[in-house]
Design a protein around this ligand. Sequence first.
Ligand code: AFP
Length: 313
Amino acid sequence: MPAIDPALIPNALRPIIDALCATSIDLSRVIARGPLAGKLGAGVGENSDGDQQKALDVMADEMFEAALRGTGVRYYASEEQEDVVTLDDDGGYALATDPLDGSSNIDVNVTIGTIFSIFEAADNGEASFLRKSSDQIAAGYIAYGPQTLLAMTFGDGTQLYVLDPERCEFVLVEARMTLPEAAKEFSINASNRRHWTPPILAYVEECERGRDGAKGKDMNFRWVGSLVAETHRILTRGGTFLYPADARPNYENGRLRMVYEVGPMAFLVEQAGGKATDGMDPILSLTAEALHERRPFVFGSAEEVERIAALHG
Ligand code: AFP
């Protein structure tokens, strides 16, 4: 029994998507057990970017890497591993992933997720990922929350699936998600206010002034600390997400990684009619130069993303 209704999945990618779905179903069971499954949020080391690695980060990475062998993935790149791994020499694809996004939420029962991006394999591992973001042929996330959800695109709209726990299968609920043009909410880690650039500060102050200012409408504020949760909310009801460059050391390009966080989320958002930029330029027009490079990231309702670009003048 495939772990997902295969109707809208390109034949060549079905083994990869099925492996991702089957593994995420197993992972969702571990996550749902929380402390009964051990100390999932315990620090176990550092990843390539110096971020603390949690036990679940490493477990998820190992599960996905093992499950993708023999599915057509030649190169595997992960937030949790320094270098690209060759899985199958005769595979035709390259898959990048943040196997467990939102790790700071593991121990507090808040939605966390898996993000993935798929390219045609190039001549070598690095070349398969250090390329224009618009070369992606598929992208998606799984959200482990009250529901286990899969949002995915193959370049013809963003599809939404919900896991039916009884059937152990992801069932299509929306073939073409539409990100609302207007926003009522904005998301940014407000504790970094003193580190922001003037255009970002100006936008946030416009949102805070609401109907008393240029916006002419009140905005609400949300910050979950889990990119997958924020992205799903914005895809569903609109809004703006900002993780900009800021003045902190090592944050001159923000916090989010281009290849396995920013690129795939940009693809999903744009396929749903939203926009995704680095504050000014479309993410999909940018080229990754290093596997773990960071990029400032702004996405969501088109009119808001355009306003932020305008404020950058
Ligand atoms: P972790 O996986 O290390 O928790 O990082 C999550 C994340 O990459 C993204 O999911 C959040 O939007 C962002 O970081 C939260 O960053 P802050 O902790 O700086 O708010």
